[in-house]
Write a protein that binds this ligand. Sequence first.
Ligand code: SF4
Length: 405
Amino acid sequence: MTDNSAAAAPRAMRINIGIIGCRNAGKSSLINALCGQEVAIVSPQAGTTTDAVAKPYELLPLGPVTFFDTAGLDDEGELGQQRIKATRRVLAKADLALLTVGAQGLLLADKTYVAELKELNIPFAVVFNKTDLAKPTQADLDWLAKQNVPFVCASAAKNINIDQVKQMLVSLAPTELKADPLLAGDLFAKGDIVVLVVPIDFSAPKGRLILPQVQVLREILDRGARGVIAKETELAAMLNDLKRQPALVITDSQAIKKVAAIVPPEIPLTTFSILFARAKGDLNTLCAGAKAIDNLRDGSRVLIAEACSHHVLSDDIGKVKIPNWLRQYTGKDLRFEFCQGSDFPEDLEQFSLVVHCGACMLNRTEMVHRLNECTRRGVPMANYGVVISKTQGILDRVLSPFKLK
Ligand code: SF4
């Protein structure tokens, strides 16, 4: 059975919408009204959880979105501060935001968050949510006009103007959010052959392909090209069997050295990680970050950041292989530290280099936010694909299919 529900869309492909506002602004009711649900969204332990509650929804024509219900911006006490921290984590990955305002009108905390949302460059609007009880004051409307912030007057409780709130979200979304994400589709044409190389070793998940491989395969099908797939051990025979030269070969980064030795130099070759570095962040910046590898010294601290957690294997890519390749390449005694999931350290300045995973489970906004944080603090960031290819001496080759600055 095909599951077309919004919940079935991979997390990284959904548009994240942060619903923020003070306590009693009616944020949960607004999400329920937007999703057309009567049931209140509650955390498993109401009032004690510090994590934002996520609600997937299909918001046409944008597609699958996730609404994040957050703690009140004016929350108090130690737990309140933790909840506000969780709200800030939501903002770090929010593509869009709605600042929900209750019957009391704009409060100081709302105005502070207007400034913060602007600084974070998140498109947002204000929703006056309880206009059945109190209309917004002229002073509030004048203040928003001065700040150039759009607003909607609505009531989640009475289901007033909820469609206008949805239309506002659609109009706030930047063009790149409305367009289909592009991984490799500009590197081949209709009818071309694209070869995917997928090693099946004991670290490959049982019985399935991983998300980057599935997404690239889908893009090949969408564009009317022909995808062929093989393990690196079958690649030479497979290329030999093809009657036409492939337009592109895409390999798992870990097999790049073997694959580069097999694929003739005239056939464009890249890696899944490089494709994701381009789609999720900024390939130019990540490549510039990789140059910092040449400046590492004995004792340099390197942060390995993975966007999700998994069971660590004996030759784990992040914990074992990349540290070993970096030590071998630099000949230096490097110090490695690791973070996983939504943890990303604030004191980034202590690191000489951040090496990020392919970020297939993050949306672009969250990855760009991490990249910007590193840039702002003067810390170079590269990703797995770029680092692996550089330490194997094949970076120029895997970048050659792209027009880089
Ligand atoms: S660690 Fe990174 S690259 Fe690996 S599956 Fe998670 S998000 Fe994707």
